[in-house]
Design a protein. Structure first.
Ligand code: HEM
Ligand code: FES
Lengths: 357, 254
């Protein structure tokens, strides 16, 4: 979390993740090259640089597709959350592969000539005035620049330095970058149909990314409870026994943040913001582990008593007040400032008793 | 309410057994899937055009040099001595060989470079250091007399403008939308401009493009590389190359 930054905080799971990732990348590129060189020999051979350029570009595109699928997948099926945990490495690796493609293109298509290759990428090969003649390489180059910014600021250090909202806004640019790359392919390779599967690759990618996002949004739009703000300030949560132990229900009260109401250690109840300070992870889908509310995305932790991360960490989230009327639990829709302590409610003992955390 | 808890992954805690069991086969399938996908997408590429760029292997050809509008070496055809072969000359990179060849214009020369060939076309890529040497033992007139320069009349041709170097074998693809920007830079550097057009026999032919005044049309046509165009002009043959001398305003996009 926020104590001192190191480039990579290696954990065994991250090492395994990266190992599998790069094994996949290298196998993909190797298989692409081997099959090309086996199929096309002699005077039909394709130049190695062209083959490498295509292997890396399609690889990066497949990777970007997968990266964009991880978020909604994890929302739809929580077993995919571990993929999200280390998505940063996936993203940076994708950028590296895309960069190789971009550099090869600049080298192979634009160098050795009378025009500076970096200028040539933006000035040759099309006409901005005509829609059918958009220079597709410029679209790729702009996308690559966006991906560079994302990779360069992907570290938590930048998240903390730039502040959550700005960081989040920057990283949402992965969607425009993806759109630019789709157009890069549509106005480039698809015009020439360089490979027969290319149209399918693009359609499957757009279908997957779009479809998963829509279905995740549909599933998600149901918070556990939706309450409109014209009800009184005390919003009913329901019977506190219905909250699974060490877990939460989320309440949507028409304010900018949802509320996560946790039950833990059997009969303790507390309410905090649903929004993790790290990358806006959904805390209400997290757990209470060792007495701390734990984010499902990257495991940031907060104390139930005051919404503060345990020292030495410094993150804080908003807290909310709760009251019990018999078995019925109510939450005060008015948030308290980040890190404000308020009494944790103790329900008068529950049937299924102890924590299983 | 005491359903078993679904596994909850926290990166810095040991991975729950149930998740590990979920991922082991999945990861295996994904990693093997990467190789299969690479193989599959790679196999879908179209073959390269049947053309060769013998990069790294030097060939020497002897003949008579003609520098304008584009450097060409006219020589006795190696396989058919009754014919003259006209070999286009270009420099390494995206540049014309005009500057290097100028001094020896009209002379008998030995030219050394990497051979580029496609169909009946031959091109020689000379190094930037200069690979031209005066040649003895070649009778210039014996070759120039047989060039048989002739005018073939007015013609209208529709096709694509390419840079001859990439098209004849250096790049694959060496034409089309993908290759447009590269062709543009090549033409700006003076590589001979060429129209690839289907003739009435449905076969594709290449026509070297020149301006109305008979000079190089490379820079003039650079912006239109990779585009479908229609050209009106005069067809001329010199050696075994066909030149299309564009009429004033004879070049239009279609
Ligand atoms: C400076 C930036 C870039 C340049 C100059 C560039 C240039 C090119 C060129 C010239 C091609 C056609 C290659 C061929 O088929 O022979 C191409 C294709 C492609 N590019 Fe890029 N590109 C850039 C960035 C990107 C980025 C960031 C991506 C993201 C993944 C990307 C993905 C692709 C894909 C998927 C293809 C189709 C592959 C194929 O033709 O088989 N490009 N690009
Ligand atoms: S969003 Fe990263 S830990 Fe919560």
């Amino acid at each position: 979390m926020s104590q001192g930054y190191v480039p990579v905080n290696w954990k065994r799971s991250k090492q395994v993740y990266d190992l599998c990732l790069w094994a996949g990348i290298l196998l993909y590129v190797a298989a692409f090259i081997v099959v090309t060189n086996t199929l096309y020999r002699g005077d039909q051979a394709l130049p190695l640089l062209t083959v490498l350029l295509r292997a890396t570009s399609t690889c990066a595109f497949v990777m970007l597709t997968l990266i964009l699928c991880i978020g909604p997948l994890a929302r739809l099926d929580r077993r995919f959350l571990p993929l999200l945990y280390n998505r940063r490495h996936f993203g940076v690796s994708m950028f590296v592969v895309a960069l190789v493609h971009g550099l090869l293109a600049v080298y192979w298509y634009h160098s050795f000539g009378p025009v500076n290759p970096l200028v040539s990428v933006f000035t040759s090969g099309g006409d901005y005035r005509s829609v059918t003649d958009i220079p597709f390489e410029v679209l790729g180059a702009v996308a690559l620049m966006i991906l560079f910014v994302l990779a360069a600021t992907s570290h938590d250090y930048w998240n903390a330095t730039l502040g959550g909202p700005l960081w989040k806004a920057i990283h949402l640019c992965v969607y425009p970058a993806y759109a630019l790359i789709v157009l890069h392919i549509v106005f480039g390779a698809l015009q020439q149909d360089a490979t027969g599967l290319m149209p399918w690759m693009v359609m499957v990618s757009v279908g997957l990314v779009g479809g998963l996002h829509v279905s995740a949004a549909l599933t998600r739009s149901g918070a556990d409870r939706q309450v409109s703000s014209d009800e009184s300030q005390w919003v009913p949560v329901g019977n506190y026994r219905d909250i699974p132990d060490n877990r939460a229900v989320t309440i949507d009260v028409d304010t900018d943040e949802r509320i996560a109401v946790f039950r833990y250690s059997g009969n303790r109840l507390c309410a905090v913001s649903n929004v993790c300070q790290h990358q806006n992870g959904p805390l209400g889908e997290g757990r209470v582990i060792d007495g701390f509310i734990t984010c499902p995305w990257h495991g940031y932790q907060y104390r139930p008593e005051d919404g503060c991360s345990p020292p030495p960490f410094t993150e804080k989230i908003r807290t909310y007040r709760l009251k019990l009327e018999g078995d019925r639990l109510f939450v005060d829709a008015e948030p308290l400032p980040e890190g404000t302590p308020r009494p944790v409610l103790e329900a008068p003992g529950t049937a299924d008793g102890q924590s299983n955390g | 309410m005491s359903k078993p808890e679904p596994p909850f992954f926290v990166g810095y805690l040991p991975t729950p057994q149930a998740l590990a069991r979920f991922y082991q086969p999945l990861v295996l399938v994904l990693v093997v899937g990467c190789a299969m996908l690479g193989y599959w997408l790679g196999a879908q590429q179209k073959p390269g055009a049947p053309a060769v760029w013998a990069v790294g292997a030097a060939t020497t050809m002897s003949g008579v040099l003609q520098v304008d509008p584009y450097p060409v070496l006219h020589r006795v055809h190696p396989e058919d001595p009754a014919r003259i072969e006209s070999v286009l000359l270009v420099r390494q990179g995206k540049f014309a060989a005009t500057g290097l060849a100028r001094e020896l214009d009209g002379k008998a020369v030995d030219v050394t470079g990497a051979r580029i060939s496609r169909g009946g076309w031959t091109m020689l890529e000379v190094s930037s250091g200069g690979s031209f040497a005066p040649a003895d033992g070649i009778e210039i007139k014996a070759i120039t007399d047989r060039l048989g320069t002739e005018s073939l009349g007015k013609i209208v041709l529709a096709g694509e403008i390419v840079d001859s170097k990439c098209f004849l074998g250096v790049m694959k693809p060496g034409a089309g939308a993908i290759h447009k920007s590269c062709a543009e830079v090549c033409l700006l550097g003076g590589i001979p401009s060429m129209l690839v057009a289907k003739a009435s026999d449905d076969r594709k032919y290449g026509y070297i493009l020149v301006r109305p005044d008979g000079t190089s049309a490379s820079t003039l046509t650079a912006k239109l590389a990779g585009e479908a165009v229609r050209i009106t002009g005069e067809l001329e043959r010199r050696g075994d190359l066909l030149y299309l001398r564009m009429a004033e305003n004879g070049l239009e996009r279609i």
